[in-house]
Design a protein around this ligand. Structure first.
Ligand code: AR6
Length: 177
């Protein structure tokens, strides 16, 4: 199982808006009307039609996800998910895991082949990267082990430090990076 997953999970450092994949995941807020960080970058790169579609969705609860088209992005779709504001409580982990599971569920339902995730909640929402990357990797590995879609998953980290945190945990789990 570990070897098979090693062929499906990849680490990248850079700007997620440049990824040519079936879906990139947006770290949004419950209103789904844009914001700063990766959310702002995705809306800028996708163009105003993305905001128009997001308005029609009527928001999204924390831990869930919604899907739209990608418009001017190289990605075909954007999956918008809402991470928890870090509080240090047990519920943070469950909500963050919900973001990864819900996003992957939407991708699997549509048989999307590839997906790229940023470090959800690790910017403005303050989730420590070393804790968040464990939730991200554990949840995604569990999902991929049981589903053929998405076949390929990228974790796209903006900084070298964040990429290194993911690399260390993937190595600890026996996955090559
Ligand atoms: N590509 C990849 N990762 C990025 C990019 C990018 N272009 N830009 C930033 N990051 P954040 P959150 C990383 O703050 O913590 C927004 O205003 C960044 O370095 O974007 O979930 C929303 O509207 C960090 O590691 O999202 C919400 O109100 C990670 O993306 C709120 O921020 C997430 O940082 C959500 O906060």
């Amino acid at each position: 199982m570990v070897d098979a997953l090693g062929d499906r999970i990849f680490l990248k450092q850079g700007d997620i808006t440049r990824m040519t994949v079936d879906a990139i995941v947006n770290a949004a807020n419950t209103r789904l009307l844009g914001g700063g960080g990766v959310d702002g970058a995705i809306h800028r790169a996708a163009g105003p039609r993305l905001l128009a579609e997001c308005r029609s969705l009527g928001g999204c609860p924390t831990g869930e996800a919604r899907i739209t088209a990608g418009y001017n992005l190289p990605a075909r779709h954007v999956i918008h998910t809402v991470g928890p504001v870090y509080s240090g409580r047990r519920q943070d982990r469950d909500l963050l895991a919900g973001c990864y599971r819900s996003s992957l569920g939407l991708a699997a339902d549509r048989e999307l082949a590839s997906i790229a995730f940023p470090a959800i909640s690790c910017g403005v929402y303050g989730y420590p990267i070393e804790k968040a990357c464990r939730v991200a990797v554990d949840t995604c590995c569990a999902f991929l082990a049981e589903h053929p879609f998405p076949a390929t998953l990228f974790f796209v980290l903006f900084s070298e430090q964040d990429r290194e945190a993911y690399a260390a945990y993937l190595r600890q789990r026996g996955l090559r990076v």
